[in-house]
Ligand binder design. Sequence first.
Ligand SMILES: [Zn+2]
Ligand SMILES: [Zn+2]
Length: 166
Amino acid sequence: MERIPHCFESPCVVCTARQGETHRLGCPGELCPTCGRHLLSCSCMAFDAETNARMVRILYDEMRNDLAEAWMATSCFPWQSPVVIAAWLVIGLHHPEQIQRAKFFNAFGAAYFLRPSAFHPDGTAVFTVRDIVTLVSGGQDRADALVEAFRDVDTGIRVGGLCLAQ
Ligand SMILES: [Zn+2]
Ligand SMILES: [Zn+2]
């Protein structure tokens, strides 16, 4: 799929792409070649699995320390949009207790359907990258590419003393 270059005379305020240049991957200024809306928050899946996974990783790294932004993304944008996949990874991998709280409140959306692979002895859920992306990535190829792009993150959260989910 052909990417849409920056179209205004003044440079992109986020990635500084000039007119006619392609935005940096993950720049919120890029438009979707399928629907014409903002690429990060549409669910057209315009990019191939690998490019999509790289883009989600960039967004995750930017959002990693901003839980409020992650929750906002999940409530504002559609499932399978890159920003929402990144947001569920931030919440599920690093704040799994918030997914459990959301379940208590019967939250609408992915939180309700997420199933952890394991639990700590104290009852805290442990979600792996695959637990999360299987639900929101939009297909096996896309899930596989995301698991690969987050391999280092996933390894970091695997700790001893886990109890497998029933
Ligand atoms: Zn840009
Ligand atoms: Zn689109």
